[in-house]
Design a protein around this ligand. Sequence first.
Ligand SMILES: [Ca+2]
Ligand SMILES: [Ca+2]
Ligand SMILES: [Ca+2]
Length: 493
Amino acid sequence: MRAVNPFSSFIVGLTCSVLLASCGGSDNATEETQTEHLGGGETTVNASGHDAFSHASRNMSDSDRIISFNEGNHFFENPWVQGTQSTQARDGLGPYFNSNACQGCHINDGRGHAGDAVLDGIATSDNFNSLLIRVSRSVATEANVANAPDDNVGGQLQHKAVSNVQKESDLSVSYTRKNVSFDDGYTVELRIPQWHMTSHIGEFNSDSVFSARVAPPMIGLGLLELINEDDILNQQDIDDSNNDGISGKANQVWSLEHKKMSLGRFGWKAGQPSLLEQTSGAFLGDMGLTSKFHLEENCHNNQTDCTTAENGNGTNSSDEAYEVTNSTLALVSFYSHHLAVPERRDAYSDQVQQGKLLFVEAGCTACHTESYTTGSDIMQPELSNQVIFPFTDMLLHDMGEDLADFREDNSPVANDVQVEYLATATEWRTPPLWGLGLTKTVDDKATFLHDGRARTIMEAVLWHGGEAETAKNKVLGFNSTQRDALSAFLNDL
Ligand SMILES: [Ca+2]
Ligand SMILES: [Ca+2]
Ligand SMILES: [Ca+2]
């Protein structure tokens, strides 16, 4: 373990006790903050290369569990194939799909990207292999339904299909430019995406709302699942009763496993309650693979080539009449719990600590909550009782119209339309920031924010609006030394 110089840990302690907000839900964060370089507590790994996001929890010692992790990795990484009799262990891809492997989107267990940096031009070809588009109609639904699906393409647009099936749509994106200037004149150019969807399955409903989403990174997810529910709910301030311009709302979503409304934790709008259900949902929605929570293929009205396509046969046993067996689902879910957060490289240097102070002063920690102690679960010893530093409150925030979901003509959607359970078009879950600085090391094409519009971390910060407008404006007042310090901090995460 890294030696902590006493002067730096004094500064860390001070930051935390003077500005309690930065200590978040964890009562014992103050005495523990000298471990902040270990973002994932004892699960944290010392890794900083291309495979920095691909390691198992460091404190996993049980060899059977390590074997399960490696088997889960195998199913996460390797492509699934169209239904055939010869490769039953991993057949059943499609009829519709977005990618043929989890890893195709979660590149090297990191994130995806939104098309290359073509500006003032249209990006097509293979730039859409690591993202998907959700679709919802602007009509009320029952509380236990995420959203009303489009009549023709359902709740997710699949821009690929197996042979002999017409894919749902073509997809492309174009960008225009927008300059944002700091108070001292330093200017950053942002790119504004416009998505183009051409349906092959009939017209979209005129009130359909689209939401482009790039695959988020896979690290630390089991720890986020074990944050005590109260530590998340207690941060809500739905009516902004403390008048700081920041509300924060938990999403409440239907759990297929527990058959009740549950706290939403995963996905850019916190639409999934657990990693198991997220995994099962990804198998069906993103790859066209049925499993115990999703028994039906993803075919909708009039999609007869879809309904008649050959299905896979994940197992020979007749009691599992779906494509992903219970054991495969469990292995991939186990794997998703245990991709470890890498250790910070330079957490206690003066510049990084200065950047952290600026992060707190700008108000970033009002949403990006620094630290928690995870709950305990006898089935998950590695993840239990860990002091973690994820920098998220796990809540939904209105991030302004510029980041909102959109109509087919790319016009933004009013903020009273719920598009994913309680989440409206402008609301997004605060993403964790751990691993941020290794994003491009893991995959140099990776981009930031829900739709991958931001090419750099600073661009992502400058897109903040809505409840985060004040924090962004504080950053715009930073001089070049302060900007460098803030970037040094974010890049050290
Ligand atoms: Ca299938
Ligand atoms: Ca669909
Ligand atoms: Ca508030």
